[in-house]
Design a protein around this ligand. Structure first.
Ligand code: AMP
Length: 283
């Protein structure tokens, strides 16, 4: 496996790969790799392509300096995980590599994305998605992937990147991976390592609430407002600071309506102490 730390080195490699007419499958991450990320890598391998993983903790998508500074950075372990999972190239650019000028000045905003990026995560974390779109676009320009793999764990992000690819008419196929969970149901996340042992015990309630709402909807209760209100109360009582708990249409994250039969998804974000967790469950 090659560990590449500068974009100029990467560009040379990519032009070699393109000359060979090989395809590229790309998994962008912020590191602190866990089985959720490694599942994306195993999906990448299914396309017979050169598999490239990037690790870049993107300052533009963090709202709080504290959150950015405390984001877990475990490069040595990540390198071993990538080697063990047959990654061909691990790209670990510096801030300067991705943002040669001032980061903020390079932030891109795609107006066509605003409906999707101003709600839910976007409402709670202003500018988060413009930061995501900016870095993903930069990484796509450098890596020039044929396939990109993203997790459904960040469902709103997945929809936004799909839409970005469509708007910019990029020749990229996007593939999604189901959410990988701990045995008790908690979605794997780099942020889980910030939970105290007591918080870690409580954290499973997030998935329990999602499952309970799903079961009730499946058994015919379509009162989404009441279901999500009850779920919010349950979470508050077990020590969470709920941010949102909603049932939405899977295609555009609009309010789910009993009138149309589109697929639906339950999305949740809640604080547990100083850690903000997100999760979702499709119906
Ligand atoms: P991150 O490093 O958190 O930016 O995540 C990088 C990619 O891994 C994103 O596409 C995430 O959606 C995906 N991902 C993170 N956690 C999981 C998980 N538990 N299961 C599946 N994919 C995940």
């Amino acid at each position: 496996m090659l560990v590449i730390k500068s974009s100029s080195e990467l560009l040379n490699l990519i032009s070699g790969i393109k000359k060979n007419k090989d395809t590229i499958a790309f998994v962008p991450t912020m590191g602190n790799l866990h089985e959720g990320h490694l599942n994306l890598v195993s999906i990448a391998h299914q396309y017979g392509a050169v598999v490239i993983v990037s690790i870049f903790v993107n300052p533009l998508q963090f709202n709080l300096a504290e959150d950015l500074n405390e984001y877990p950075r475990t490069l040595e372990k990540d390198i071993i995980h990538c080697e063990d999972n047959d990654v061909d190239i691990l790209f670990v650019p510096s801030d300067n590599d991705i943002y040669p000028q001032s980061g903020e000045g390079q932030r891109i905003n795609l107006p066509e994305l605003s409906t999707l990026s101003n709600i839910l995560e976007g409402a709670s974390r202003p500018n988060h998605f413009s930061g995501v779109v900016t870095v993903v676009k930069k990484l796509f320009e450098l890596v020039r992937p044929d396939y990109v793999i993203f997790g459904e764990k960040d469902f709103q992000q997945l929809l936004i990147i799909k839409k970005m690819i469509e708007i910019l008419d990029l020749p990229i196929r996007i593939i999604s991976s189901k959410t990988i969970r701990e045995t008790d149901g908690l979605a794997k996340s780099s942020r889980n390592s910030k939970l105290s042992s007591n918080e870690r015990q409580l954290a499973i309630n997030l998935y329990k609430v999602l499952k309970s709402i799903r079961e009730q909807i499946i058994s015919g209760n379509n009162n989404f407002i009441e279901l999500t209100n009850d779920g919010t109360i349950t979470l508050s009582e077990s020590g969470f600071g709920p941010d949102y708990l909603v049932v939405r249409d899977c295609v555009d994250l609009r309010q789910a309506s009993v009138k149309n039969n589109n697929d639906r998804i339950i999305l949740i974000a809640a604080w547990l102490g100083k850690t903000r967790l997100i999760d979702n469950l499709r119906l």
